[in-house]
Design a protein around this ligand. Sequence first.
Ligand code: PLP
Length: 411
Amino acid sequence: MDRFDPIESMARMRHEFGEHGGVNMCIETSTTFTVMDADTMPEIFQGRRGPDTGGCYLYGRHFNPTVYVLGRQMAALEGSEAGYCTASGMGAISATILQLCESGDHVISNNTIYGGTFALFDEFLPRKAGLDISFVDATNLAEVERAFTERTRVLYVESLSNPTLRMANIPALAKMAHDHGARLVVDNTFSPLIVSPIQLGADVVVHSLTKFVNGASDIVAGAVCGTTDFIMSMMDVRCGSLMLLGPTMDPRNAYEISTRLPHLGLRMIEHSLRAGVFAERLDQMGIDVIYPGLERHKDHALFKSLAHPDYGFGGIFCVDLGSVARANEFMELLQNKDRFGFMAVSLGYFETLMSCSGVSTSSELSEEDRKRAGISEGLVRISIGYTGNLEQRWAQFEHALGEMGVARKVT
Ligand code: PLP
């Protein structure tokens, strides 16, 4: 079988024309939709008629035509049967878990995940929904295997863990989950196009579209990709997590994001290229850098065996400055003196974004949990942008390193 190519898959998707034959699709802003005969209405409520069965739309919190186009584009990107979009990545993650689990069910999660997701699993869902969660080191397959119980419904990982950039062995984890009657859910926010989790055996892919997919740090959004049955179940009027919890994407945002998808591939290539150059040079200088593209990275071979070769190793690398104080000093120098990027959370922006994970996006983890996850105190996560000239950017970065007294040249 030909290897799945996400760009080809997106290109093959039927182009959705605008109302007047415009090359762009129209934005459907209506929050409610007419039916031509009254009998259609109960059929929509019963789930017998819908966007794919008779072209029937109901209400803006249910399917919206414009949001559904972006959902189909995300499904094409991920190679899933279906997809739908949400108001945020957290909306996608929480709705997915709640759809797959009943109160009392068990979820196994990697212990190194985005801090908000960690808090959702560690505090919120156990307290509010009665879920039982086990955190494991998902790179240790024996540990994952031992964590399964009779009630395990979900195994949850990020394709590349935030912020430590460990690669999930998706085929092995999918097999394990399926052997135990559970589903593998993968957050692919860090590696759109680079990794195709559904093609590797995952059941559901979730995304924060706020990051690389949108790419401009101006829209908060999310997506869920999976089987048609699963996406439809999330819209069920009696028991659907998207329909009833209502993390609805605005159709204007769906339109905006869909106009940025065509250049996602070009952007990922440039993010990866620059991250790769910086990581190699830092490594050669003897600086503690984490990047899956480095041969000495623990998951370099696994990454190469699972990822599409055309989009590199991702746009994020981490450097360890040893302490929070030194991490802060370094980021202040970079932002305020060298004009290199922004000291801000998030990632996937065209400008560089940098944050000290332990005191920001992983601060929801306790000190002990951070240690277990391998998140050192002075770890600075850098999402490399592609504005300006690579060599000028490197000169700015190298200057800040020099000011910090860490520019030890090995060569
Ligand atoms: N998943 C990952 C890996 C993230 O890094 C984030 C946010 O930083 C989220 C999910 C949550 O996404 P959002 O902020 O769009 O809700």
